[in-house]
Design a protein around this ligand. Structure first.
Ligand SMILES: Cc1cc2nc3c(=O)[nH]c(=O)nc-3n(C[C@H](O)[C@H](O)[C@H](O)COP(=O)(O)O)c2cc1C
Length: 450
């Protein structure tokens, strides 16, 4: 395993037809990708050939936007269920980590522990769970609720949710299964614990009907950037997906979460901070700029404005002049961290509403870099060495071309600089990330005394 922080970690954020919201219209894009397993197989194998640590699938239990005149122009309103998709991808890949979102607001710990535990078994220890409290309030309407629970309530539930999931994964000891044909004992019941959790949010007896996952627990990822989100990350996460526009923002986020980790008695190096990175790569800077301009020409104004409204908690921009300045945005209960990044960007660069949505439609507030492979690698190295990032969640503008540009041009450059692996050393996601396998904690009661 590499020594601490000698190399960066790379994840592929595998979203729909690519991260540029109009990218599906590009002549080289796979417009059918959202429902096409063969397309995902190709991209997952490409990411594995480039030695990526993981690929990540975001998720919503709803159609995220219902502004139909605008969203009929986008591909994001249909999405495959991620654990099913990752299970399929586990059959055609061997090393790459397989990470998906699981909501703590619209699911139960037993379901999540079982689903991600199963994925960890199927993939031989490559699963990761992105713990989210859900950023889209439309999910409430699919679960018999009038409205989305409050931010603080969602995070309180999330904290207990993760503890319960860990308790369930610890049901069986790693060596509980004797499979003693002679003696007729399949498992040692003294090595099975019944959780008997009774908390504020959940009553879960257990045990989980699954042997302990190969990684102990799937890798725990967290992506909420508010104060409550950072605290949850500091207590539980092993990877943090973040969103920062500038190196200064990234450094401030990085220092803050690492300090919180230490305050929780954890080793600062035990967590990887991975901001999103939207790369548009060309053989030269001019070629990259041309690619970006070609994508921007495909962006319909309604789509840009609608996405900006969505990411700012549903703010109604219709009374405002799109070529005028951004009005003061009220606080949102949904995605606090993203709102701040967007408002800061508009203020810092003095952007009109139109200029802002043209930027947001591209990367949704994540850092964007347009240039040659050398320029993109320089930026990544600067953020890595400047302690703004331990790695990146790579957000290609389109599939397959936008990702191919990254794997064929940027990855070899990172490898040449010794910043990224050229071959996998381990087989599990924990091994790729240099994370320890967590020991089983004793909790609940033993099913049968020894
Ligand atoms: C890279 C990344 C991926 C995310 N994926 C999801 C997702 O799949 N589903 C979701 O509901 N929220 C997702 N989020 C949103 C956050 O996890 C979080 O729920 C939201 O930002 C609100 O929390 P906050 O107020 O603490 O920022 C993602 C955020 C980031 C940065």
């Amino acid at each position: 395993m590499p020594s601490e922080r000698s190399r960066l970690s790379l994840g592929l954020f595998l979203l729909s037809t690519g991260h540029h919201i109009a990218g599906w219209r590009h002549p080289e894009s796979w417009a059918a990708m959202p429902m096409d397993l063969r397309a995902y197989v190709r991209v997952a194998q490409q990411a594995e050939a480039a030695c990526f640590d993981m690929l990540f699938l975001a998720d919503n239990n709803c159609v995220p936007q219902t502004d139909w005149p605008a969203v009929r122009r986008t591909t994001r309103e249909h999405i495959l269920e991620p654990i099913a998709l990752l299970s399929a991808l586990s059959m055609v890949t061997e090393r790459i980590g397989l990470v998906a979102t699981g909501s703590t607001t619209y699911s139960e710990p037993y379901h999540v522990a079982r689903g991600f535990g199963t994925l960890d078994h199927l993939s031989g220890g490559r699963a990761g769970w992105n713990i989210v409290t859900t950023s889209n309030s439309n999910e409430a309407w699919n679960f018999g609720r009038e409205s989305h629970p409050q931010h603080a309530d969602r995070y309180r539930r999330a904290a207990e949710f993760v503890d319960v999931a860990k308790g369930l994964w610890d049901s069986f000891a790693d060596d509980a299964f004797l499979k003693d044909k002679e003696g007729g004992i399949y498992f040692d019941a003294a090595k099975l614990q019944v959780l008997e959790h009774r908390g504020e949010e959940f009553a879960v007896r257990g045990p989980l009907n699954l042997s302990r996952p190969p990684q102990g627990y799937p890798v725990l990822v967290q992506a909420g950037g508010s104060d409550a989100g950072r605290d949850l990350a500091a207590r539980q996460a092993e990877v943090i997906f973040s969103v920062s526009q500038t190196l200064e923002e990234a450094q401030s986020f990085y220092a803050d979460v690492k300090a919180r980790l230490v305050a929780h008695g954890r080793d600062a190096a035990s967590v990887k901070v991975m901001p999103g990175l939207f790369p548009v790569v060309g053989r030269t800077r001019a070629e990259a700029e041309d690619r970006m301009a070609a994508l921007q020409r495909l962006l319909h104004p309604d789509v840009g404005l609608s996405l900006l409204s969505f990411l700012t908690g549903g703010f109604d921009f219709s009374p405002y002049d799109v070529d005028g300045p951004l009005p003061e945005l009220p606080d949102t209960d949904v995605g606090k961290a993203r709102l701040k990044v967007i408002a800061d960007l508009a203020r810092r660069e003095n952007l009109s509403i139109r200029q802002l949505y043209e930027r947001i439609a591209v990367s949704r507030g994540h850092h964007m870099v347009i240039g040659s492979a050398t320029e993109v690698a320089d930026r990544m190295q600067e953020w890595f060495e400047g302690r703004g990032a331990d790695g990146f969640n790579v957000m290609p503008p389109t599939f397959p071309q936008g990702f191919t540009d990254f794997t064929t041009l940027v990855v070899p450059e990172l490898q040449r600089r010794g910043l990224f692996r050229s071959a996998y050393e381990g087989t599990t996601l924990r091994e790729h990330l240099g994370l320890p396998r967590p020991p089983r904690a004793v909790r609940g009661r033993t099913a049968l005394p020894e």
